[in-house]
Design a protein around this ligand. Structure first.
Ligand code: ASP
Length: 437
């Protein structure tokens, strides 16, 4: 069989008990040859992730304040794990060396030590080789990840190791200084290693049994998604259903490697398999999931004969660009054009944007409506299935939800509706009940 690359998240490595579960999982399948660990995460509500403690140490050091007490928590965590696992490994000198360097280094160096020590401990516990990702994953001097360069370095290096532990979250700049991905970036390391190892599968082990078809805070006990495509994942994550770091999709998707989301605490659960969109995938149901977001604003612009005015759309979008704003959707009519903007993007610039659009387009009317929620109903099973939209809108009508906006891309696997924020939860439940039930 092919190689499996396994990434374990922070909650999967929070204490010695979790390390034991990780070892059992890894050793139960000989194809699992490369492991990417995160830094130890929270053990209980109110606990602190090691990465957060390390950032704190750096901030204190930067202000010339003592950070040794704070660092003591890092020392306690790792020495505790080593002792509880019964490992013959004197980790203390390594921890002290890092402590001495924190003041002189960068925030990235400080933060990376969580993954570094997690990796050192896990490699000893498994009896596997340790590869420092600073040697194989490179960023350019502007801090942009150098994917092809890294892929070559990593692929060559992995060939030298039958089994290895490669800490997540960081690599290095051309001068060798440590540089991290953004928060949650061990997911990216896992994907990058999976690509370099030409893996058959990228296993991402976390503390949930995969994706759910809807937000469990809204829908009671929603079903989990067994299989979905990267394309559907993108739509659902964009709308807020997040389990994976967004950037972890690209390396594996490009290489045609599926990602399997699994639960370290319930390894027998099937989890969610994310597969490549090669046209062979047959969606099991009509919809794959429903997700949404509140806090959008709709700007509606009306002007007689808009449809024949050349450049009208461009001038509306130019107004946004001038103010450095992006838009989410652009539903248009014959003499109307609407732009949907997330409130986070709009912030203090409500008046300014109206003025700018007025100046640039001289509309008959322009109206701004806040408090809009967007809901995406996603599923490759909807493609060329007559009646899907009718079922969706009937369900919303029965729930007495007023639809303010409709947007369906030509790919037909995503229908987006805009509803008043106060009807958001009712709408999600109505759609879920109609299609899943
Ligand atoms: N430890 C890092 C963080 O907390 C990276 C990761 O866990 O993926 O963001």
């Amino acid at each position: 069989m092919g190689v499996k690359v396994c990434k374990f998240g922070g909650s999967s490595l929070a204490d010695a008990g979790q390390f034991k579960k990780v070892r059992d999982i890894v050793l139960s399948d000989p194809d699992r040859r490369y492991v990417v660990p995160s830094a130890p995460g929270k053990r209980f509500a109110g606990d602190e992730k090691i990465t957060d403690t390390l950032y704190k140490c750096f901030r204190l050091a930067q202000r010339n304040q003592p950070y040794e007490d704070e660092f003591e928590r890092v020392i306690d965590r790792f020495t505790g794990i080593v002792a509880d696992l019964g490992l013959d490994f004197d980790i203390l000198p390594h921890l002290k060396e890092a402590r001495a360097l924190i003041g002189a280094g960068s925030p990235d160096y400080a933060a990376s030590r969580g993954e570094y020590f997690s990796g050192l401990v896990l490699s000893r516990y498994l009896g596997w080789d340790f590869i420092d990702p600073a040697e194989i994953l490179k960023f350019d001097r502007h801090g942009i990840y150098a994917s092809e360069w890294s892929n070559e370095l990593a692929a060559a290096r992995l060939k030298e190791h039958e089994h290895a532990v490669i800490p997540g979250f960081y690599g290095s700049l051309p001068d060798g200084d440590v540089h991290t991905f953004s928060r949650g970036g061990s997911d990216i390391t896992g994907a990058v290693i999976a690509r370099a190892a030409n893996a058959e599968i990228y296993e991402n082990w976390t503390d949930v049994s995969g994706f759910l078809m809807a937000d469990p805070r809204i829908v009671d006990n929603p079903k989990s998604i067994d299989v979905l495509t990267y394309k559907e994942l993108r739509e659902l994550s964009y709308m807020g259903a997040t389990v994976l770091h967004e950037d972890s999709v690209f390396p594996v998707r490009k290489a045609g490697i599926p990602t399997h989301i699994m639960n370290t605490n319930r390894p027998g659960d099937p989890g969610t398999m994310i597969v490549v969109d090669d046209g062979d995938h047959r969606a099991p149901g009509t919809i794959t999931g429903v997700a949404g977001h509140k806090n959008f604003t709709l700007i509606s612009i009306e002007k007689a004969m808009m449809n024949s005015e050349i450049g009208f759309g461009r001038r509306v979008l130019q107004s946004l660009e001038d103010l450095g704003m992006s838009f989410e959707h652009l539903p248009t009519g014959i003499d109307t054009m609407s732009v949907i903007i997330s409130d986070a993007d709009l912030s203090q610039r409500r008046e300014q944007i109206i003025e700018r659009i007025e100046e640039n387009t001289h509309p008959d009317t322009i109206e701004m409506t806040s408090g809009l929620a967007l809901i995406a109903t996603v599923g490759l099973g909807m493609v060329r299935t007559p009646g899907t939209a009718a079922r969706l809108f009937n369900a919303l009508a029965r729930a007495d939800v007023n639809v303010r906006m409709i947007d369906q891309g030509s790919s037909e696997f995503n229908i987006i509706v805009g509803v008043d924020a106060c009807e958001f939860e009712d709408a999600i439940r109505a759609i879920y009940d109609e299609f899943v039930g």
